[in-house]
Design a protein around this ligand. Structure first.
Ligand code: HEM
Length: 489
């Protein structure tokens, strides 16, 4: 990337933690005080938010970049991430800043809370999601039901080409809706359509270059209109939707039998209403539900989209998965989570879909909750830390063909499933993705149900299918594409 072509002139300081700032980068030609390869590298940091391996080679696995005036520690490679997030789990358990959304959450809700508030909300969310997965209709049952609704919807398409993004968003959003609101929506329901539209637009902005620019110039950009203004108004709309739902729940609350996540939270609010220190208040409720929608909808649906794209591009892999489905599950019963253990090839393909799609390349920022010594460096309390998950998922020491879609990465010589420890798309340590087990169940059940019922068709030849994500920022949304679902029987 040629920085001299850029009109604007961001200044980035890069320094090794133990030294004074050693590199100052400007975008105008001749002003960058670095070699051109480093300038290219920094171009990528600024524009695509990916950290090229040259930086690791030069500065090691732990180094600091300055986003505007804010020092930010980068952890590169599985070993550094594990030593920090797992071996010093408590110290690294803080949530770091994301400048563009900090004003929305203000440290509330399960994703952005810290300290006692995060612990209480995390414990509540995990147990409550489990409760509503273990009651009459388990999470597995809900996913299976949703998968059947999707099959029926796709049958109506009569083999026409369609963009699957909307339907994949709908099924993952419906799972969250059924856990938090106790209801799912028909795919034509205007409330669902509006919710999906908002979540998708929000996700795209959060993954965009604007979010990176906001990270570097928050103090300046917030005074001007821009994508953040649009973002905040859309988030308000989602919050209104959640609040209306919450108020409806309040009116019909039955203290003897909470029906869903919101009911349970409201009962806790009631129980602790005299405690001024309680974490169970309306803001935490709305922001926790909002967090579940943000964290649990586009992530799973984007992974599914990438999955179908990779399968269209690799028809040989698709054929093997369908052969395994036919052998283990057959045509006449629904796939179950128990089948997974008997389907090593399909399991390997799903893991490879997650590895290769690399959906959250630089992780979600952490912070250290106390002054911390790490690998001989001093990290002051509160400093932001990015665990670059991509550096593990693409590590050539652990994955033979890191830049190729290759399910063999997850199979041993006998064809048994194996999972290298560096497979960490859900991160590690105390802030590990709270929805990991839900997401893994969704990926397995949705994918196997669809492939059990349909053959896939693409308007493009495999070699012409483009895998380039639409954005490459905090997340990597898949490209738009067309696919058709043809009934297999
Ligand atoms: C393929 C799908 C998914 C991927 C790749 C993914 C990935 C991640 C990652 C990388 C993090 C950051 C962990 C860290 O801070 O180090 C995270 C956090 C989180 N995820 Fe997921 N996630 C997925 C699906 C879900 C689902 C379905 C839910 C729904 C409940 C969910 C809920 C959360 C929450 C609540 C957090 C914040 C945890 C905390 O701050 O303590 N995720 N996820």
């Amino acid at each position: 990337m040629n920085l001299s072509r850029r009109k604007w002139s961001p200044v980035l300081f890069l320094r090794h933690l133990r030294t004074m700032p050693s590199v100052i980068l400007k975008s105008k030609a001749g002003r960058a005080q670095v070699k051109s390869t480093e300038a290219d590298a920094w171009g990528q940091v600024i524009y695509t938010w990916t950290l090229p391996p040259q930086l690791r080679e030069k500065y090691g696995d732990v180094f600091t970049i300055y986003l505007g005036s804010r020092p930010t520690v980068i952890l590169w490679g599985y070993e550094a991430m594990k030593e920090a997030l797992v071996d010093q789990a408590e110290a690294f358990s803080g949530r770091g800043h994301i400048a563009i959304i900090d004003p929305v959450f203000q440290g509330t809700g399960v994703v952005f809370a810290n300290g006692k508030s995060w612990k209480v909300l995390w414990r509540f969310s995990v147990t409550t999601m489990k409760d509503f997965g273990m009651g009459k209709r388990s999470i597995e049952e809900r996913i299976k039901e949703e998968a059947q609704c999707l099959v029926e919807e796709l049958q109506k398409s009569q083999g026409a080409y369609l963009d699957p993004h909307f339907l994949f968003n709908a099924i993952t959003a419906n799972i969250i809706c059924s856990i938090v609101f106790g209801e799912r929506f028909n795919y034509q329901d205007p409330r669902l359509l509006q919710l999906l539209h908002l979540l998708n637009e929000i996700f795209i902005i959060l993954c965009s270059f604007y979010t990176q620019m906001f990270e570097i110039f928050p103090g300046i950009l917030k005074h001007f209109p821009g994508a953040h203004t649009h973002l905040y108004s859309m988030i308000e709309e989602v919050k209104d939707f959640i609040t209306e739902n919450m108020e409806r729940h309040q009116k019909m609350l039955d203290p003897s039998g909470p029906k869903d996540f919101i009911d349970s939270f409201l009962l806790h609010m009631d129980k602790e209403r005299l405690d001024p220190e309680s974490e169970f208040h309306q803001k935490n409720l709305v922001h926790t539900v909002l967090s579940l929608f943000f964290a649990g909808t586009e992530t799973s649906s984007s992974t599914l989209c990438f999955g179908f794209l990779f399968l269209l591009k690799n028809p040989g892999v698709l054929e093997k998965v369908q052969a395994e489905i036919d052998r283990v599950i057959g045509a006449h019963r629904l796939p179950t989570l128990e089948d997974r253990a008997k389907m090593p090839y399909t399991d390997a393909v799903i893991h490879e879909i997650q590895r290769f799609s690399d959906l959250v390349p630089v992780g979600v920022p952490h912070s250290v909750i106390k002054d911390t010594h790490f690998r001989g460096y001093y990290l002051p309390k509160g400093i932001t830390v990015y665990p670059v998950l991509s550096s593990a998922l693409q590590d050539p020491r652990h994955f033979e063909k890191p830049n190729t879609f290759y399910p063999g990465h997850f199979l041993d010589a006998q064809g048994n499933f194996r999972k290298p420890e560096v497979f960490i798309p859900f991160s590690m340590g105390k802030r590990l993705c709270l929805g990991e087990s839900l997401a893994r169940s969704e990926l397995f059940l949705f994918l196997t149900t669809l492939l059990q019922n349909f053959s896939l068709g693409s308007p493009k030849a495999p070699e012409d299918i483009d895998l380039m994500p639409r954005k490459n920022g905090l997340g990597r949304p898949p490209p738009l594409f067309q696919v058709r679902f043809l009934p297999r029987r």
